[in-house]
Design a protein around this ligand. Structure first.
Ligand SMILES: Cc1cc2nc3c(=O)[nH]c(=O)nc-3n(C[C@H](O)[C@H](O)[C@H](O)COP(=O)(O)O)c2cc1C
Length: 328
């Protein structure tokens, strides 16, 4: 399939893997890139810019295909060494960066000078247009259903995608709720040039996370996610579990007075325990409503090939068939 995204990024299929804390390591990124999509290494999962350099080198041992690095700008108790991470990205010759969270304007001159394509991920029409205005090369929009941070506007992709598509000129990726060939065709129909997936890629053989995480995704339904940190205006969609239940009780009891310190036990430093050790009660972890559509743990290549075959079947069979039926 050829779209503005495959052309821009030099990839075979219009499918990207979004940055994911403690999931977006070289193993998953290389599997996605080798299968014809765009794999992404999550920058801040690496504890230092030097560690990021090693992870990039590790990717290159496994793949010579295009890939990206995610740089997330979110509220943080002690901000990471962003200048150091940007330098590591530039020095290692990375050609694609996915930014998310705050406006990446501050870092654009350095990234653009190095010839890096910047895909900014955001959750609203106004932020998508801002990204275009400051010189980003593509935008990825996360609808309200997404795993991770859906923002505070609560606009799902059925509205958000066509709204962004009617105003944005640069290539657009649909993110949030994407799982299969149906998602891809729907995203293209709504004006996107490709799709970005998070949760779906965790339930793959190559995702470097504990099997308990993959099993939890397969077992969960579309009713099993919760929104946390709404009162802090840092909303995150996570999988429901006992820790999330405790956190939500605290938010309810403290109301508008809740501070990050009140809930830090359930959210700080929990990713390593969950993703590496499979300690599923350790805290809150990002997960999209799309869990309701995930029933298996294929290899990344099986997943991507299946998506592309299914998309073709829908376009050539179901949709075209409807037109023919209508004409006869
Ligand atoms: C476990 C997990 C961790 C994530 N971590 C990050 C992150 O560090 N930075 C980021 O920009 N997005 C992060 N995301 C969001 C994804 O990149 C992607 O935008 C989102 O998962 C899309 O929604 P979906 O899960 O419905 O596919 C994370 C998502 C998940 C599920």
């Amino acid at each position: 399939m050829k779209t503005r995204i495959t052309e821009l990024l030099g990839i075979e299929h219009p499918i990207m893997q979004g940055g994911m804390h403690f999931v977006g390591l070289a193993e998953l990124a290389a599997a996605v890139s080798n299968a014809g999509g765009l794999g992404v290494i999550t920058g801040l999962t690496q504890r230092s810019p030097d560690d990021l350099l090693h992870e990039i080198a590790k990717f290159r041992d496994m793949s010579d295909k295009p890939f990206g690095v995610n740089l997330t700008f979110l509220p943080s108790v002690s901000p990471p060494d962003y200048p150091g991470y940007v330098r590591a990205i530039v020095d290692s010759g990375v050609k694609i960066v996915e930014t998310a969270g705050y406006n990446p304007q501050k870092w654009l001159p350095e990234l653009k000078k190095a010839g890096i394509l910047v895909i900014h991920k955001c959750t609203s029409v106004r932020h998508a247009l801002k990204a275009e205005a400051i010189g980003c090369d593509a935008v990825s929009v996360d609808g309200f259903e997404c795993g991770g941070h859906p923002g505070e506007d609560d606009v799902p992709n059925f509205i958000l995608l066509p709204r962004v598509a009617e105003e944005l000129k640069i290539p657009l990726l649909a993110s949030g709720g994407m799982a299969d060939g149906r998602s891809l065709v729907a995203a293209l129909a709504m004006g996107a040039d490709g799709m970005n997936m998070g949760t779906r890629f965790i339930a793959t053989r190559e995702a470097p996370v504990h099997d308990n995480v993959k099993r939890a995704i397969v077992a969960a339904s579309e009713l099993d996610t919760r929104l946390i940190m709404r009162p802090l205006r840092n909303t995150e969609r996570v999988l429901a579990n006992a820790a999330v239940g405790r956190l939500l009780e605290k938010e309810k009891a403290l109301g508008a007075d809740v501070r990050f310190e009140d809930i830090s036990d359930e959210v700080s430093g929990v990713y390593a325990k969950i993703m590496r050790e499979g300690d599923m009660g350790a805290g809150a972890w990002s997960c999209g409503m799309v869990v309701g559509l995930i029933d298996d743990i294929p290899t990344v290549k099986e997943l991507i090939d299946r998506i592309m075959q299914e998309a073709e079947k829908i376009i050539r069979g179901r949709l075209e068939g409807m037109l023919l039926t209508g004409a006869s």
